[in-house]
Write a protein that binds this ligand. Sequence first.
Ligand SMILES: C[S@@+](CC[C@H](N)C(=O)[O-])C[C@H]1O[C@@H](n2cnc3c(N)ncnc32)[C@H](O)[C@@H]1O
Length: 298
Amino acid sequence: MSMHAEQIFPFEEFELSDADFNWFAQKLRSSAGISLNDSKRNLLIGRLRPRIKALGLSTFAEYRSYLQKTPVQHPEWEKFINALTTNKTDWFREPAHFDYLLRKFIPRWRLSGRKHLNVWSVACSSGEEPYTLSILLKHHLFKDESFEILATDIDSTVLSRAKNGVYLRSRIEEQIPKEYRATSFSAGSGDIADWVRVRNVIRENVVFEQMNLLEIPDIYPRDFDVAFCRNVLIYFEQKNIESVVNQIWQHCAIGAMFAVGHSESLQSVKSPWQSAQPSVYLKSDNTTSRASITPFDK
Ligand SMILES: C[S@@+](CC[C@H](N)C(=O)[O-])C[C@H]1O[C@@H](n2cnc3c(N)ncnc32)[C@H](O)[C@@H]1O
């Protein structure tokens, strides 16, 4: 036979040995906190294959030895992590949190006499969560009140999309209540008629920054009034969840509101956060000791 078998059956690139899978999974866990169990094998194969092709390599084993020889500051490590993060997000996702913010939290926050609200969208993905917060606060805060939103994520690709602030018009129409659309987005025309751009008035209060939850900078503000950390802890191991929620607590002001995803149970997580309603917590002033959070996700 004149042709090599792999020229006819180019299957080799799809093969992933247990040793290679475990190595990639371990690297992802130690650098980003994200745990992939064996059921995520195909996900890893599908997500890393474009990296292997982009580098002109042909097997997972070659990609592993490429990374092994590559210093951690090299951009390929960032691309490796970007490829393996799950960035699914939506506008107005899990609306009960926004409802709590507007109806319960802000009226109570006003009683403190403060006029400036500091908000942290902790794993903001492509921007829908912080821009949703910005749209709502622009519409519902009083004229003499102000806010700023720090929006962070580990993934530099989604952060670029978030900063760009351009979204599919159809998603806006499906997910955003009509009363907010015209004042929050400008529509494209001609070739870009399918797209809209977040208006400056909504963007100006949002700052995007790359941040790894395993390395929350000590210099981050310590006075966030609102922190949303939704649909990311689900990928983390217990010890990292505990460390992250406790660090977020340290960076929040007394009285702050903290939201996690609806499917993220903090059951058995040791933390001083006080449960307010399912997946919403408060930093009360009598929580100097680390108490166990009451189970809620049932
Ligand atoms: C499923 S999205 C959730 C986005 C948004 N919070 C929501 O609920 O719609 C999870 C985000 O967490 C980010 N992420 C994963 N590991 C992270 C880490 N170690 N530090 C910061 N962000 C991380 C991912 O890049 C991804 O954009």
